[in-house]
Design a protein around this ligand. Structure first.
Ligand code: SF4
Length: 324
């Protein structure tokens, strides 16, 4: 695996508002949301072209990226990638490993308990991987500190598997009254942010619903994307969130601030493998969701959401992340 290199790591990356990988309906985990993207019509046309091209490359099981191997002697199964997803080989290895973990944990009949176990494993592995990478960073280079919350004011992308895991965590750890307060809080944030673009929601007016007094209230089960976020300059993060001029310049520039790119690459690789495993092995919907909208849906409608999702339905339609 590539070492964290401070020079390479300080490259500017198109990260902050465009860091999510979306395994969309076609199962291709390669789309990034750009700040100044194409028009919706152009997006739809490009998506249709992509779907047509991908239909031609699917195997009999409908798989586009994963190949399932079965040992005729033992019946044991494992997955490989049909073609690299990433330029870096270590990311392909991580993605393949995540997809194989999905196969190992879920077998041939995914259950909610299995999906929760799988996602918790993926979250723990992502954190371990990122901690190992950051341990190689020069002393004091990382600006992120406990209580620093500048990156928690934006649309937070999750998959359904992560949303179920967060929901199960809050149900397990909060009282009935606390859950009702959380539901009301999430509903209020959702009402204030619904219909806004990613750029408009990158604002101190639109915190993540789980940000409490400057800290993450679901730290153990925070989304994979949150685990990859990092910065080399906290004052830059603060300025672009709270200083209107710096914010406008940041949004116009269309790329993130100085950070190590490897943690972002690591979370992307794990997420891609997880999404591919769930979508290509079990035909589960792994589109990128808006955490706020997904959580409101779960707080108001579980367990019918997970039942529908496991049956191959698309109960998260209203929470699918707006690509703007
Ligand atoms: S889930 Fe936690 S770390 Fe992620 S944006 Fe929300 S408060 Fe911040």
């Amino acid at each position: 695996m590539r070492n964290v290199d401070s020079r390479a790591g300080e490259r500017h990356v198109r990260a902050l508002l465009s860091f999510w990988i979306d395994a969309d309906e076609a199962g291709l985990p390669s789309r990034e949301y750009a700040l100044s993207g194409r028009s919706r019509k152009a997006e739809r046309a490009a998506a249709e072209r992509k779907r047509r091209k991908e239909r031609a490359f699917r195997d009999d099981a409908g798989r586009l990226h994963l190949k399932l191997h079965r040992d005729p002697a033992t019946g044991g199964e494992h997955l490989t990638l049909k073609a690299p997803l990433f330029d870096a080989e270590w990311q392909n290895e991580v993605a393949t490993s995540a997809a194989n973990t999905a196969l190992g944990v879920l077998g041939h009949a995914p259950t909610l308990e299995g999906v929760l176990e799988l996602t918790e494993r993926a979250m723990a592995s992502t954190s371990r991987l990122i901690a190992g990478l950051l341990a190689r960073a020069p002393e004091g280079a990382l600006a992120c500190r406990s209580g620093c919350d500048h990156c928690c004011y934006q649309v937070v992308g999750v998959t359904a598997a992560e949303a179920f895991t967060i929901h199960a965590h809050v149900v397990r750890t909060r009282s009935t009254d606390e859950l009702e307060r959380l539901r009301a809080h999430v509903a209020d944030l959702h009402a204030r942010s619904r219909g806004l673009s990613s750029a408009e929601r990158f604002s101190a007016q639109h915190p993540c619903p789980f940000l409490e007094a400057g800290s993450c209230s679901i730290y153990e089960v925070r989304p994979l994307s949150c685990r990859g976020m990092n910065s080399l300059d906290a004052s830059e993060c603060e300025a672009r969130l709270r200083d209107p001029a710096a914010r406008a310049e940041f949004l116009a520039r269309g790329h993130g601030g100085r950070c190590f790119i490897e943690p972002i690459s690591a979370f992307r690789a794990v997420s891609a493998g997880l999404q591919l495993g769930l979508s290509e092995l079990y035909q589960l919907d792994t589109r990128a969701l808006d955490l706020t909208a997904a959580m409101l849906l779960l707080l108001e409608s579980e367990p019918s959401v997970s039942r529908g999702w496991l049956a191959g339905e698309r109960p998260f339609e209203s929470a699918v992340r707006d690509p703007r």
